[in-house]
Design a protein around this ligand. Sequence first.
Ligand code: NDP
Length: 597
Amino acid sequence: MSETKLKPSTPKVQNPNAAAVRVAFDPLRPTEKPQDYYDEIKQKFAEARDLRLSYRPDGRAQYTSELTGELAKYEIDPHIETRETREPINDTVECLFIGGGFSALLTAARLRERGVESIRIVERGGDVGGTWYWNRYPGAACDVSAYDYLPLLDELNYVPESFFAKGPEIFAHCQSIARKYDLYDLAVFQTTVTSTVWDAKAKLWRVGTDRGDTMSARFVICANGTLSKPKLSKIAGMERFKGHSFHSSRFDYAYTKGDLSGLKDKVVGIIGTGASAVQIIPRVGKAAKALYVFQRTPSAIDIRDDIPTDPDWAAALKPGWQAERLQKHMRGPLLTEQQKRDLAALPREEKIRRQENQNIEHQMRIHARVDEIVKDKATAEALKPWYMHRCKRPCYDDEYLPAFNLPNVHLVDTNGQGITEVSEHGVVFEGREYPVDVLIYATGFEVQVTGIYNDIRGENGLELNEKYADGMRTVFGIHSAGYPNLFIMGGYQASFQFNLTFMLQTQGGHIAECIKYVREHGHTTIDATPEAEQWWVDEVIRHRGKTNRNRECTPGYYNFEGESNRRQDGNYNGGFYQYFTHMTEVKQEMEKHFRFG
Ligand code: NDP
């Protein structure tokens, strides 16, 4: 695996490493072991899920993102020293983005290419970057290859430094996009949009903020991110903790110091072992006097094996290389005619069985890796994930498992129970108090909520989430009838992609085309027809709930914490290629799917 990496001039494809290949499901590969082997493991998965659910049957209600009063501190922006003062704004722009992360940056770039000049980003944070502005904890990095994840590489003539990009590089890339497309010109930061109301007479959106602004915009794009609002597990006594505490997405370097040297005489506790915690733990573990990791469900930790970008490979890239690469990913593997026939002949049940069995084989490789690395047997056992591959976000880190061999890093495994009590001095589990100086909550975010912090009222004054009360209704997760000139990014009813920026680029391209269509055809507004909306809701329903997977998975945000939910209130599962194809088809018949005014 690493041999290729030592010969920088040879590879024509950057990093053919094991982690990058990830687990490609091959439906044509028959199951290797007797079925009993897999069934037994599946049974253990079910038992682990049932145990975890028995402790927290309250699903999403076990969390809160109402961060007010004593909890307000968990949402304060640690990157702003003094809150900027400015006069309220009451002007009109053509396109207004709520949020300044990748959704806004990518769509704005496509709008600029189509000649749109008046673009404003309104952002809660102090700069563009979204996730990468907020999440600056030690070790923050992306698990998707940088050549795919970092968007607009061709346009910016940039090749990432290594196969996996780290947080600061991604944040800097966001700033470069904003500079290249002049998005700083009209941007306003440290500003939260609180109301977005359609003025039918003026055919404008009236946008109110926490700064007293009354901005107007012809088009509004909700680009508030998929995982932007921090949430906390409801734990008794959180408010009475006397030490220092913060959420992973608000990492407090003023306390820890930039090089974490402020932790050398501190006992640190971290609650949660999801993708954020997996990156924080090894770095804080090395710096702190002691680190206590409070685990409810372990993450699956695969090889990262990052390598610097091969300069020869980078120099040989031809214009359009990234777009070509992404198109290839979307098409998926090329099959021979024989393989296509074999696949078509495979019964659906057998395909599902093979997929499950391969997922189990993968998780057992993850288990074996834990045994190879973690010296203490009990700790190793506790770090093994007992659920199907991808029931939770898979993690890739080469330092996480070794961290548990450090004498100052202690795993407190709650075996599905989770932490339910915090005292003045620290964390309490099963009657034992673990005193800590600082407590990090790595407990995740609200998921794919449109209009977070915001109240969106369309044609008849109906708030968007009230409209959704009987089930979400959109076209592509982007348009919702009765909300003309409003575009939603990163919400449900859209396709889900591990490489989120690719999905956002697809949505951004579509939105830019819609706006261009309105401008070029002498219209002022665009709104989905009720028929188009019904078609898409039916499409979403048709592709959801086809297997038991969601129900069988251990709880997490992927499956609504184990809650059953309406089939239309989730992502479109018909596949990304299909999602893209539908969009292309709709754009060929705009007048059929949209009402223009
Ligand atoms: P998650 O929602 O994935 O994880 C929250 C964690 O908190 C889980 O381990 C959860 O346990 C735990 N938890 C919640 N309540 C308690 C409790 N009372 N006691 C103990 N543990 C508790 O949030 P993250 O911020 O880790 O990740 C969110 C997403 O952000 C990722 O899935 C990924 O999409 C993205 N991300 C991507 C990264 C990357 O590319 N490498 C890095 C970081 C984030 P349980 O599992 O039992 O619910």
